[in-house]
Design a protein around this ligand. Structure first.
Ligand SMILES: Cc1cc2nc3c(=O)[nH]c(=O)nc-3n(C[C@H](O)[C@H](O)[C@H](O)COP(=O)(O)OP(=O)(O)OC[C@H]3O[C@@H](n4cnc5c(N)ncnc54)[C@H](O)[C@@H]3O)c2cc1C
Length: 388
């Protein structure tokens, strides 16, 4: 069995793991490594495809404040170091019926004074003429919103960490970890070979595979497969691009379904998905199976009832996994049995935009025991393994 030694090791090469690794290096750790069970670009977890939404509008003021840190410090830092634009501004439009989460969102943006405007339906229609708003009670115009160039970000982070000397162990699956040893011992499988990995510090970011490595998270997590559709609507292609078409979310009716979407970016068609947060517990190892026509029908029906431009055709579809906690709050905490291991899990349907901040927190927790971000420390309990 081969053996490798590290100052810090990150398990999981999704957006959270890459951000954690980047920050471990910023904190000065030198012998750092990333273990990923698949290749560097795979579509079996939660971080693949071209785009994600960023916004300040959130369900409570705590998250809005975290987003302010992410937008003003964390994303610009990565963009500057990567020498690339990773967030492309476009208006955000978030709306919902009376009694939906829109009321909490509106209160949170008012309380924090962030650059968002609460609109009645008449004003929302004037500002966002692509929507019909048949059931909305009001909307939030989020001027801080944008499209995250997601796959560009994933690549940029990998380039940054490898340039700074990180070791990449791809196609390598961590089978178990022993947190009682010093250093921490992880056993991994790489092809036919077993590896013994020893690390002073470990950050575990396994996405939808979390409960396989961390069974104690079982009661807190549910994996739910999502279906994303790409549609062409009637009109000039430029009308559906960043700057002209918003990122948006319909927060639904009370207990109703939630849909969200983005402009065309990186491929043909606007992006739309239903935000599914309850149902059966899926397994990410079931692989890329066929897209269910019933799911696509729901997306099409939503477009037909809520949008002014008629739907022309479906041009693509894909799956992606959410790893949900019941409250949709992330788990960003130290391992219950050792402060030498940090855990980033349960990033639900909204983890990408806060990944640079969460990666920093995970790196700081595992090296210093606490994070230097006051806005995170204020919410520490929300993100604890025990739950809010
Ligand atoms: C359809 C969809 C739309 C979304 N839209 C948005 C959005 O608009 N805005 C937003 O902010 N967020 C959004 N999200 C959420 C966001 O993408 C996720 O929260 C985020 O990608 C989670 O990243 P992760 O690193 O935790 O998981 P993953 O990306 O799944 O990464 C985990 C990695 O760990 C590896 N791994 C697991 N176990 C092991 C092991 N034992 N050994 C080695 N490697 C292992 C996996 O192979 C995987 O690569 C969306 C998610 C989906 C599915």
């Amino acid at each position: 069995m081969s053996s490798l030694n590290f100052d810090a090791l990150v398990v999981g090469g999704g957006i959270i793991g890459r951000c954690a690794l980047y920050h471990l290096q910023r904190l000065g750790l030198e012998r750092v490594g990333l273990v990923e069970q698949f290749g560097v670009e795979h579509n079996r977890g939660s971080s693949h495809s071209h785009s994600r939404i960023t916004r300040s509008a959130y369900v409570n003021a705590g998250y809005v404040r975290l987003m302010q840190v992410a937008h003003t410090q964390e994303w610009p830092r990565i963009e500057a170091e990567a020498g690339q634009t990773l967030i492309l501004p476009t208006d955000g439009c978030f709306f919902g019926a009376t009694g939906s989460k829109i009321e909490k969102y509106a209160q949170a943006v008012i309380d924090t004074g962030v650059d968002c405007e609460v609109l009645d339906v008449k004003n929302a229609q004037a500002r966002f003429p692509m929507f019909r708003f048949p059931t909305a009670a009001g909307a939030i115009h989020d001027r801080t919103a944008g499209v995250i160039a997601a796959s560009r970000t994933m690549t940029a982070l990998l380039q940054l960490v490898t340039k700074s000397g990180a070791t990449l162990l791809t196609d390598t699956r961590v089978l178990d970890l022993d947190v009682t040893t010093d250093p921490i011992r992880l056993t991994a499988q790489q092809g036919e070979e077993r590896l013994a990995l020893h690390a002073d510090r470990v950050v575990i970011c396994p996405g939808p595979w979390a409960t396989q490595l961390l069974p104690f998270l079982q009661p807190r997590l549910q994996v739910i497969r999502q279906t994303v559709g790409y549609f062409v609507l009637s009109g000039a292609a430029a009308d559906f691009e960043i700057g002209r078409w918003p990122v948006w979310g319909n927060l639904g009716a009370p207990h109703g379904e939630i849909f969200y979407g983005l402009p065309a970016f990186g491929r043909e068609g606007i992006k739309i998905a239903r935000h599914v947060i309850s149902g059966t517990d899926d397994t990410p190892d079931q692989g890329a199976d066929e897209i269910e026509p019933a799911e696509i029908d729901k997306l099409r029906q939503f477009l037909e009832s809520e949008f002014v431009p008629p739907v022309e055709r479906l041009v693509g579809a894909e799956h992606c996994y959410y790893t949900n906690t019941k409250t949709e709050d992330y788990i960003v905490d130290l391992h219950p049995d050792t402060e030498r291991v940090a855990v980033g899990a349960g990033f639900s349907g909204h983890g990408f935009k806060l990944a640079p901040l969460c990666g920093r927190v995970l790196a700081e927790l595992v090296t210093e025991g606490r994070s230097s971000i006051a806005e995170f420390e204020a919410m520490r309990r929300t993100f604890s393994i025990a739950g809010p």
